[in-house]
Write a new protein. Structure first.
Length: 308
């Protein structure tokens, strides 16, 4: 999908054709849309297609007067469970336009297109770039807070049920945090390269904005590390609890088996096909009483040894 926007009188406005200082966004573009942008805007096709590789990591590249910045942005998928991941977002800065390319729809881009993000001006390309980066960093923090809430809910559920379903969801959260942590560190390296000012000329306002982005990225990295350690430790703890509960159940079942064996041994003698010679064969209640006494004594011993 191809969308063209431009800031007109301070408002993000949708356009029908390319203009000077406009913003062009491509979401999972077709070959025709890619060819149209390459032909009309004279951009390098290699830079334009770079962000369409799902395995592409965060980096910065320059070809003549065109600069490509690839940033990993957070993504959320809702199926049976909420799963967080990251996808590459390509931001291509040319002398006359700024172009963004992404494989999937992103709420970050939607916020920019709908004018939710204030202070965005497409003619100020460097500032526009940093506004996107700041929105990306804020979205990481937002999703990390959501992960924390989901984790707390899963923890309460585990205390009640201790089923495999909750443990699998915790594993998905831990995997999401690994994706976030890896992408955030790659983004940090890319932003530090931009901060040096050798690739993109930075003005004082842009420098301050980029430092704000780096602060949020580093905060997100710290949060991801903390949450990952907490979830990993909690999963180990619950695995130990489940194993201990299994041992307790086996211990109780073994004690019950011992108690049930005593009357079986006693009454087994009286169930044989023997007409005479068995002790107390006329007083059936005495073996019954003896079995009850032995069961009681054995139960007391097992309880005293914390085996029942």
């Amino acid at each position: 999908m191809l969308a063209i926007h431009k800031t007109v009188d301070g408002v993000m406005t949708r356009l029908d054709q390319f203009e000077e200082n406009c913003w062009v966004h491509l979401t999972y573009p077709s070959e025709d849309e890619l060819d149209q942008v390459v032909t009309r805007l004279k951009v390098d096709p290699g830079l334009l297609r770079a962000a369409l590789d799902e395995e592409e990591t965060s980096r910065i590249d320059t070809e003549e007067d065109q600069t490509l910045i690839i940033i990993d942005v957070p993504s959320v998928e809702k199926d049976d469970a909420v799963i967080y991941s990251t996808i590459p977002l390509g931001i291509l800065i040319t002398p006359h336009q700024i172009i963004t390319v992404c494989l999937k729809e992103s709420s970050i881009i939607d916020d920019l297109q709908d004018g939710i993000v204030k202070g965005v001006r497409t003619e100020q390309k460097t500032n526009f770039l940093f506004r996107i980066l700041l929105r990306v960093a804020s979205r990481y923090l937002q999703y990390l807070k959501q992960i924390d809430k989901i984790y707390n809910y899963m923890e309460r559920q585990l205390y009640k049920s201790q089923r495999n379903k909750e443990l699998i969801q915790l594993l998905d959260l831990e995997k999401s945090l690994v994706y976030f942590n890896t992408s955030l560190k790659a983004n940090e390296v890319t932003l530090e390269k931009i901060l040096r000012g050798r690739i993109i000329t930075l003005y004082e306002e842009d420098h301050d904005l980029l430092e704000d982005v780096l602060i949020e990225i580093r905060q997100a990295i710290e949060m991801a590390n903390i949450y990952s350690s907490i979830i990993s430790g909690m999963m180990d703890a619950f695995a130990s609890v489940i194993s201990n509960n299994l041992n307790v159940i086996m211990k109780v079942l073994t004690s019950i088996t011992i108690l049930l064996t005593i009357p079986n041994i006693i009454f087994g003698f009286y169930g044989m096909n023997i007409t005479a010679g068995l002790p107390l064969d006329q007083f059936w209640w005495i073996p019954l009483l003896a079995a009850a006494v032995l069961i009681t004594i054995t139960a007391i011993i097992l309880k005293h040894r914390d085996l029942f």
